[in-house]
Design a protein around this ligand. Structure first.
Ligand SMILES: [Fe+2]
Length: 294
């Protein structure tokens, strides 16, 4: 057995314990109530404005629909997917970004996820990156499922999209999952090169700490997930450094909008989760509208 296989086995064992205690047990104890679809109640549909310094006129009003962390499995069952897709499509996005953790623990839910994701629509395209949970069962199988579909999974790569008639271009890039800062920097650097010369650069990264590298490379907007907003917040209001809650124990960026210099980060609270309880931190799908600030 190789070093990587041993590492994956250890991760899978830890995930099995987590899954049994925090997902299966609460669902069982509540007679399956926690996994039920409650249309209009499982997640919030939010709208936010993002002010970007000296944004070209072509991009002002650009609508990006962003959601993350579906965790399709025993708790967020495939029956939730049509509601998520319907809510996302209702925004009539220019661009759509889905930032990982499609499946929670088992790839047996992957066909249902792929089918639902293929119903997403946006004027300039729908883009995907993978999260850590997508590697818990068989990451290669997830990558291959995307490759076999027409869905655009970004693995340290970017597309350049022409906007309007004035030669303006928007780069949409995405990085593969990592939680190591040197790897994140390497991947972001590679994606930034692929977006060279673009008037607006957007990065999809499951881990919000990629924002540090994105800021170093001057990427205008980073879209992330992974934290689930912390799921438990002391207050819905944000302090100077953002929301205060459980996620602060492990993350520099936990939920909502962050600004550093001219760069922006939006961290989704996730549309699903593996632990079934939230407090003052609802699941969400968000429409972000870009505007210029001078
Ligand atoms: Fe997640």
């Amino acid at each position: 057995m190789t070093h990587d296989q041993r590492k994956h086995r250890r991760k899978r064992r830890r995930a099995a314990v987590r899954h049994a205690i925090f997902t299966k047990t609460p669902k069982k104890l509540t007679g399956g109530r926690l996994g039920r679809v409650k249309p209009g109640k499982n997640f919030e549909v939010n709208e936010r404005e993002i002010l970007i310094p000296d944004l070209s006129d072509e991009f002002c009003g650009l609508k990006i629909v962003h959601f993350s962390d579906l965790h399709v499995g025993e708790l967020i069952t495939p029956a939730h997917l049509p509601h998520i897709v319907e809510a996302a499509n209702a925004f009539e996005a220019d661009l759509m970004a889905v930032t990982g953790d499609f499946v929670d623990y088992s790839n047996s839910y992957l066909p249902a996820v792929m089918e639902a994701m293929s119903d997403l629509r946006a004027r300039y395209g729908v883009y995907f990156v993978l999260g850590n949970h997508d590697y818990l069962d068989d990451g290669q199988e997830v990558v291959e499922a995307f490759a076999a579909s027409k869905l655009r999974l970004l693995l340290d790569e970017a597309d350049v999209i022409q906007i309007g008639d004035n030669g303006c271009s928007m780069g949409v890039g995405g990085v593969r999952w990592s939680n190591l800062s040197n790897e994140m920097d390497m991947c972001v650097k590679k994606v930034n090169i692929a977006m060279k010369g673009c008037d607006l650069k957007i990065l999809l990264a499951h881990h919000p700490h990629c924002f540090d590298a994105a800021h170093r490379h001057g990427i205008d907007l980073t879209l992330s997930g992974h934290t689930h907003g912390g799921q438990f917040l002391l207050s819905k209001k944000r302090g100077k450094k953002g929301s205060i809650g459980l996620a602060n124990l492990g993350f520099r960026y936990t939920r909502g909008l962050y600004e550093r210099g001219a760069c922006r980060l939006f961290v989704s609270s996730g549309v699903g989760s593996w632990f079934p309880f939230r407090f003052r931190c609802p699941a969400e799908i968000t429409r972000l509208t870009l505007q210029a600030v001078y």
